[in-house]
Write a protein of this length. Structure first.
Lengths: 277, 306
């Protein structure tokens, strides 16, 4: 193999890679710069690129003078609740779909795949009617249930492929040693599937945290999640871009960090399972 | 057959039946919850679409059969929204795929900061749609937005463009945003597929004297074609459904300039509280989208067959 010159590598590899990375993080970096520039400066001279001008004014205002931390709490409850509900019902379902062959297996798998494709807009109106009737509008439960419409089918498919990757001979061995099916699931399969369960849980957390339309429609006064709250930062008379940008950065930071932590494992699972992104 | 097996055959039935029911028991919670929160609402949505139902006039609710759908057929906004939905999908998905392919080809090369680059490129995928929408509204701001600023400085445009306020430009501006949001998904999928192509195929092609373009055409493309098809279908469904970015960026305006079908259904129900008509639009949209869903499911279930 002949090695291309450093200059050639710079032009054909490093430069294009740098451009594509800049394209990806550029807008978010711009948002960060906006958040760091004091509001008065933005309206006078625009976003500042010089660190001398930067301040935490917008972040201070966001955390001390708005209800944003409370909104983060609501988002946390909703996202964590969705993870618990989603994983709880999906783990046994995935084990069943992976380990047993029974007449309606394909139909049930198809059902979960189909559910994953349902337009939000088809479900959002009837969910509103049902939840109003049940009197659970504007509660955490309402959002957890609504988010579960996406989380459960996703988790079932992801976990089925993770459990598939664990050799059957392991649970068979455990059963020969006197374990029942459920004991084999709990003592052998669950620990081995744990990394998969965790990354599925984190992905559910991210989607539930990012969810907007259900939160806008099914909750409002008592329960206001981050995604809905960010929009209210926009200000009544003129758009407060600095404050808004700070809200965007703080609101997105938890999921961006989580995503970076699990991305490698998750990408493997997603590309195999080919489930909804 | 050993004696033990014979005895097992004669063993009491209930245990065996219990074991046969086990897979169903394990599935019950998940199936039950999805029936309650997905299928029941879906049936209710279909039911609602046959009613005149405006939320602030509950007493006037009555069955009108296909009335909503008949009204839909002569609703000019329905047809223009349908056309924009086609345009929306037809431009966004190919743009995402192309940009994703380029990104994947770049990131598939060997360089020392490849891991970092791959992690950073998928950041748009993780961001909340609301943050993306507001961020791009800021970028597109007609007075102090960075898009106008940059393009003016580079003399690509002569006067500031009101990206989201001009009915002729707004939809395309949002398509750019959605392309940005969605290309990392394609990049990741295509990257995985690229890594699955055996090196020997490229070596063989190089020995035969194939140019880089011919290698791409005859080795790379066939290698990633199945992934392009699956990811493309998935994305058609996803892009068609995604209304949060449009809703936050323009709310469907100016006028109806950025209405897609699902957004029309949502806005109709949200602003006029006209749940009957809104449900009818949503049902019509779901039926149209059903074609793509059916193709995707048929493909995926074929892979499941084992």
């Amino acid at each position: 193999m002949n090695h291309p010159s450093p200059l050639r590598r710079l032009l054909t590899i490093h430069l294009p890679a740098l451009l594509i990375v800049l394209l990806s993080i550029g807008p978010f970096a711009w948002l960060a710069l906006t958040a760091l520039t004091p509001s008065a400066e933005i309206s006078a001279r625009g976003v500042s690129l010089s660190p001398a001008v930067w301040s935490l004014e917008n972040f201070n205002r966001l955390l001390l003078h708005t209800s944003f931390t409370g909104n983060m709490g609501h988002s946390l409850i909703v996202a964590a609740g969705t993870v618990v509900l989603g994983l709880l019902v999906s783990v046994t379902a995935a084990y069943s779909l992976s380990r047993f062959r029974f007449p309606s297996r394909k139909l049930l798998m198809l059902q979960f795949l189909l559910v994953n494709m349902f337009p939000v807009v088809l479900l959002i109106l009837p969910l509103f009617i049902i939840m109003r009737w049940l009197g659970i509008l504007d509660t955490h439960l309402a959002l957890i249930l609504a988010n579960a419409t996406v989380a459960i089918p996703f988790a079932v498919w992801m976990l089925t492929s993770y459990v598939d990757a664990i050799p059957r001979s392991l649970d068979e061995a455990a059963m020969i040693d006197g374990c029942s099916r459920l004991q084999a699931l709990r003592r052998v399969v669950l620990p081995l599937a744990l990394p998969g369960i965790i990354s599925t849980g984190i992905y559910i957390f991210i989607t539930a945290w990012n969810e907007y339309l259900y939160a806008l429609t099914l909750t409002g006064r008592n329960v206001r999640t981050v995604t809905v709250a960010i929009q209210t930062l926009i200000g009544e008379f003129q758009i407060e871009w600095g404050l808004l940008a700070a809200g965007g950065i703080v609101g997105a930071l938890p999921v961006v960090l989580l995503f970076l932590i699990v991305q490698r494992r998750l990408v493997g699972g997603l590309t195999q399972g080919a489930v909804k992104g | 057959m050993s004696i033990a097996d014979a005895e097992a055959l004669d063993a009491p039935r209930p245990r065996a039946r219990g074991r046969r029911a086990l897979p169903y028991w394990l599935l019950t919670p998940a199936v039950l919850v999805t029936l309650l929160i997905v299928f029941a609402p879906m049936l209710l949505a279909i039911g609602t679409s046959f009613f005149e139902l405006v939320l602030f006039r509950p007493k006037a609710t009555h069955f009108i059969g296909l009335g909503n759908f008949v009204a839909l057929m002569s609703d000019p906004v329905f047809w223009s929204s349908l056309w924009r939905t086609v345009l929306w999908i037809g431009l966004t998905v190919p743009a995402q795929m192309l940009l994703g392919l380029v990104a994947a080809l770049i990131l598939n090369q060997q360089f020392f900061w490849r891991g970092l680059a791959r992690a950073l490129v998928i950041i748009p995928w993780a961001l909340p749609s609301v943050v993306i929408a507001l961020m791009w509204r800021w970028i597109y701001d007609p007075n102090i937005g960075v898009a106008n600023d940059l393009l003016l400085r580079l003399s690509i445009i002569q006067t500031a463009v009101p990206w989201l306020a001009d009915p002729g430009v707004a939809l395309y501006s949002i398509i750019v945003t959605l392309t940005w949001q969605g290309f990392p998904f394609f990049a990741v999928m295509i990257l995985a597929a690229l890594q699955g192509i055996p090196k020997s195929q490229y070596e063989a092609a190089a020995i035969d004297g194939a140019s880089a373009w011919r290698q791409f055409r005859h080795v790379t493309l066939p290698g990633i074609a199945p992934v392009l098809a699956t990811a493309g279908l998935l994305r058609v469904i996803w892009v068609a459904n995604s209304i949060d970015v449009i809703f936050v960026m323009t709310g469907g305006g100016p006028g109806y300039a950025t209405h897609t079908l699902p957004l029309y259904a949502f806005v109709k129900a949200r602003q006029n509280l006209d749940f009957g008509y809104g449900s009818a639009i949503a049902v019509a949209f779901t039926l149209l989208l059903g074609v793509f869903v059916a193709i995707y499911i048929a493909r995926t279930m074929r892979e499941v067959e084992r």
